[in-house]
Design a protein around this ligand. Structure first.
Ligand SMILES: Nc1ncnc2c1ncn2[C@@H]1O[C@H](COP(=O)(O)OP(=O)(O)OP(=O)(O)O)[C@@H](O)[C@H]1O
Ligand SMILES: [Mg+2]
Length: 412
């Protein structure tokens, strides 16, 4: 039977950039057919803080991807971020009825409800519910109990949640941009989908996504997501610290970071750093620059190590750490993170992609690419399709009605 092309769309609403990617599922990954990015607005530390502001960035990024692919994307898997994202281990038990009863979907829904009850407050939105073990009549280690016979079912699961307000604001920002989210997934989990192999997930690995305003960690072991944590500092804080301590403008501080900062501190000390602006030039001591950057990175990666310890995986990940996000592009950052976290570290780019892959095979595209897999999963579950052949040339997605009137409607 000939299979119809299945298009998938990922939209990463980051603090610095909104990135969109459109692709086609193939038997061994994704063929990327379009992508686009636009500087972000209305975000605070990974959270949508002004729901009308990201609209034009979402619009620009998606329209660029649509134009490149010749497809239109009314739906997409969308990222969510921010320190309110946490993972909670839950467990529960239910009686599954008469002796010869076979476990079915209804039982699984019931045990999930029982496990979550009272453990995840009503002010929180559940983003993912990931059972990692079922125990049937005392026998543990079961991954998939459907069809098995038993009387007493127990479940252990990892529940990923965030504050309802953060979730609602992502939905509202998408609504203003006339985009229907097929699923809303934490950015670091999406990034993990793009850069990890099944073998790494099985063996034990962490993905560390260093963006502009946040740094997040997702830990995988025995094939399952074990833990997620977000810290409210990212690579922008390095730039801002440089600007403040060196008493210079952010633009010059960013150039210092991009051109001269390396994760191997102390190398090249003594040499000054010179930045040219017009006819003038700014000179900074390499030692001062190193001190400022190192102290901020130390703070961020100490927080990341605390997350590893809290999850029970400190120095216990055979596959080490994979870095993603724009912050992962800092020269020798892998060496610095290796010394701080005491694990093997490397920079990750999306794998198993073809098409216009050389443009998106970058650490900062991991989340948008991973979201395409999330979109595919959502399509398998809900039967929707995110992208299709363009029926007619679209104007701006949010065109027609003004953004302000759309926002006002959302609050009615
Ligand atoms: N070569 C580089 N060296 C150091 N930092 C870099 C480099 N390239 C990009 N960055 C930094 O990466 C950051 C942006 O990363 P990214 O695009 O992943 O953020 P984001 O996804 O928009 O933000 P967040 O995930 O925090 O919401 C910026 O602070 C930028 O300065
Ligand atoms: Mg990001």
């Amino acid at each position: 039977m000939e299979e119809k092309a299945r298009f998938v769309v990922g939209l990463d609403i980051g603090s610095n950039f909104v990135r969109a990617a459109i692709g086609e599922m193939t038997h061994d990954g994704i063929r990327v057919v379009g992508y686009g990015e636009a500087p972000s607005d209305g975000m605070r530390r990974g959270i949508v803080s002004d729901i009308s502001a990201p609209c034009s960035a979402i619009d620009h990024a998606l329209v660029a991807a649509e134009k490149m692919s010749g497809l239109e994307a009314p739906d997409a898997a969308v990222s969510i971020n921010g320190v309110n994202i946490t993972s909670t281990k839950v467990d529960g038990m239910i009686a599954v009825g008469v002796e010869d009863h076979e476990i079915d979907e209804v039982d699984l829904e019931r045990i999930i409800d029982t496990s979550i009850a009272g453990k995840v407050p009503a002010t929180r939105q559940i983003l993912k519910n990931m059972p990692y073990e079922y125990i049937l009549d005392g026998q543990g280690g079961i991954r998939e109990p459907i069809g098995m016979k038993g009387a007493r079912l127990e479940m252990r699961a990892n529940v990923i949640s965030t504050m309802k307000l953060d979730f609602d604001n992502v939905v509202k920002a998408c609504t203003v941009a006339e985009l229907q989210p097929s699923i809303i997934e934490p950015a670091v989990i999406a990034a993990s989908r793009a850069v990890l192999t099944n073998h790494q997930r099985q063996n034990g690995v962490a993905v560390l996504d260093m963006g502009g305003a946040t740094t997040s960690i997702a830990i995988y072991d025995e094939g399952e997501l074990q833990y997620v944590g977000v810290c409210p500092y990212g690579s922008n804080d390095v730039t801002n610290d440089l600007a403040a301590y060196l008493k210079t403008i952010p633009d010059v501080a960013e150039e210092i970071k991009l051109r001269f900062v390396s994760g191997q501190f102390g190398e090249g000390s003594g040499k000054d750093i010179t930045i040219k602006r017009g006819r003038g030039e700014y000179v900074f001591s390499r030692k001062d620059v190193d001190e400022v950057v190192e102290s901020r990175l130390e703070e961020i990666f100490e927080m990341m190590r605390k997350h590893l310890k809290h999850a029970g995986y400190d120095r216990r990940l055979p596959e080490g750490i994979i870095l993603t996000g724009g912050g992962a592009k800092m020269k020798d950052i892998d060496k610095y993170v290796c010394s701080q976290m005491e694990l093997a570290v490397r920079v990750g780019v999306p794998i198993n992609i073809s098409g216009v892959n050389e443009d998106v095979a970058k650490p900062e595209y991991a989340t948008a690419i991973g979201l395409m897999y999330a979109d595919y999963e959502a399509a398998m579950t809900n039967g929707h399709t995110s992208a299709s052949k363009k029926s007619e040339k679209k104007k701006s997605k949010a065109g027609g009605e003004s953004v302000i009137s759309k926002v006002l409607k959302l609050f009615k």
